[in-house]
Design a protein around this ligand. Sequence first.
Ligand code: ADP
Ligand code: ZN
Length: 608
Amino acid sequence: MQAMTADPRHVLRQVFGYADFRGEQQAIVEHVTGGGDALVLMPTGGGKSLCYQIPALLRAGTAVVVSPLIALMQDQVDALREAGVNAAYLNSSLDAAAAAEVERAFLAGTLDLLYVAPERLLTPRFLDMLDRVELALFAIDEAHCVSQWGHDFRPEYRQLSLLCERFPRIPRIALTATADAPTRDEIVRCLGLAGARRFVSSFDRPNIRYTIAAKGGGDTRRGLLALVEAHPGEAGIVYCLSRRKVDATAAWLQARGHAALPYHAGMDAASRAAHQTRFLREEGVVMVATIAFGMGIDKPNVRFVAHLDLPRSIEGYYQETGRAGRDGLPAEAWLAYGLGDVVTLRQMIEGSEAGEERKRLERQRLEALLGFCESIRCRRETLLGYFGESYSGPCGRCDNCIAPPQTWDGTLAAQQALSCVYRTGQRFGAAHVADVLLGRATDKVRQFGHDRLSTFGIGSGLDERQWRSALRQLVARGLLAVDLEGYGALRLTAASRPVLKGEEPVSFRTDSAPPPRARRRGDGRVAADPAAAVDAALWEALRAKRLALARAQGVPPYVIFHDATLQEIAARRPRDLDALAGIGGVGARKLERYGQAFVDVVREHAEA
Ligand code: ADP
Ligand code: ZN
C-alpha cells in the first residue's frame, strides 16, 4: 500500500482506525516523514510504533526496523498485516525458503516495512542488499539495548552506528521506554544521534494504580489471591525472585482454580516457549515468572503486575510494572514488601562479584527503592521524581493517595527495639527479637535465657504485626543493620545511638494491608465513555468471537482488536458497519474483514 497519500492523519484513520494522534506522535511523524532523525523517549503503551510505521507508509521505499526479539517482530508484523500493511520479518525463526521469499519481496521493493534482528542486519550479505533497495527509513526499536548497564544489553546494537556512516541520507529514528539520563546519553553516543531531534514524553502511566503492601502472617498470599480474583479471566504477571518461589506460587494459584503458569530460566526452552505462547494467545493466563520474562512482551491487555519480592531498583520496578495496561485501560501494580526482602537484596549486592564502585551504585539504588516503599507521599510523585520529572500529587490512583497512611510516634518503640537487640547480643533476627519484646517464652527464648532480660515483654503494648513493621522500618532507615554473613541477625549502627538515648524522635508509617477490593467485570473500564455501562454478557460474547477469529488465523486475540476497541463496541453497540467504523481501532481493512462478525454479535445480543 505504498505512496498512498501525503497526509499522516489520513493514514492514522484509514489504516489504524484512530481519530487523533496522541501526545508527541504527530510532531514525530512529521519530522521523520520530512527526513529528520529522531530520538523518541516514550513510556510503554505511549504509542511508539506509529511514530515509525506512519512515516514508513508515507515515504517512498521500505522502512527497515531493527528489533531485538523474535516475539516482538512477529506480533508487530501480524498486527500490521491485519491492518493491510505489507510487512515482513527476517529472523532465525524462518526456514531458508521463507527467508528467501522475504528477501525477494524486499529486493523487489514491495514491502512497506521489514523487521530484522540486529545480527542479521549487520551481515555483509544484508548490508549489500540494503545498497540495492530504496529505503524509507531506519527505525531502531528498544534502543536502550545499546546500554551496557541495563539488563537488556545487546552487543550488536553498538554496531548499529554503521548505519549513519553507510547510509547518511536515510532518516533514523531510535525509540525506547527507558527513562534515565545515562541510558539516554549512551543511545545518542553509540547510535550517532547527536544531531537527532529529541522527543521526550512524560513517563507517567496514568492508568496504572500503584499499591505497596506489607508482607507477613500470610498477608502476601491473601493479597495476591484477592488481586487475581479481582481480575477474573484477565491476564496478569506475578514476579518472584527465585525459581523455587515461581514454581510454588504457580502451583498454589493452580490449586485455587486459576490458570497460572510458571516461567523461569531453569525450565527447558520448549516449555518456556509454550507457556509464553499460551499467555499471549489465550485470555486470562497469569504468568508467574522471574524477571527472565518480560522484555518484548507486547501484550496490551495485561491487567495487573504483582511483585512478591522487591525488585532491584526503582527503574526495575517502573519497567516491570509498566508491562501492565499498555492499552491505556485501568491496570494495577501491586508489590508486597517485607524485612526479608531488604536482607536478601543486601546480601545479593554484598555477595556479588561486582567491583566496589558498582556495589556502591547498587546500594544507592536499593536505598532509593526502600525510601519509595516506606514513603507516605504520593507514589507517582516519587516515581516520576526519580526520573527527573516534577509531578505533584495527590494522583488519586496510588495507595498513599487513596487511603493516606497514618504515622505514629515510634520514639519509645524504637528505643525498646534497639535496646532489645543490644541485650540479646546482636545475634538474632527480627522474629526472635519480636518474641522477646512481646514476652513470648518460646523454646528459643528460654534456651538463651532471654525471658530473664529486662527487655522481655516490654513491648507488649504493640502486636506482632506492628513490631514486624517497626523493625522493618528501622532497618530500611539504617537505624538497625542486618548481619549479612549470619542469618539476618540485627545489630546496632552508628545512627542507633541518638535514638537509643532518646535524643532523636522516630515516626513510623502505619502499614495498611487491605487486599485489593474485588470488582465487577467491566467496572469503570470503558475508555471512550466512562458513563456507559458495559453489559457483561455482550462483553463475553465479543471476547468469544475475537478468540475464535484469532484461533482461526493463528494470531493473538489483541491482533484482531484491542480490549479498548472491544469495550467501545460493547458500550456503543454499533448495529451496522458505518457505526462500527467510527470506533477507535477499527481501520478500513479490519472493518472489511471482521466488521460484519462483530456487528452480528451485537445484533444477536440485542435480540436475545
Ligand atoms: P509502545 O510501543 O510505546 O509501548 P504501542 O505502539 O504498542 O506502544 O501502542 C500502545 C497502544 O496504544 C496500542 O494499543 C496502540 O494501538 C495504541 N495507540 C497508539 N497510538 C494511538 C492513537 N493515536 N490513538 C489511539 N490509540 C493509539
Ligand atoms: Zn498518588
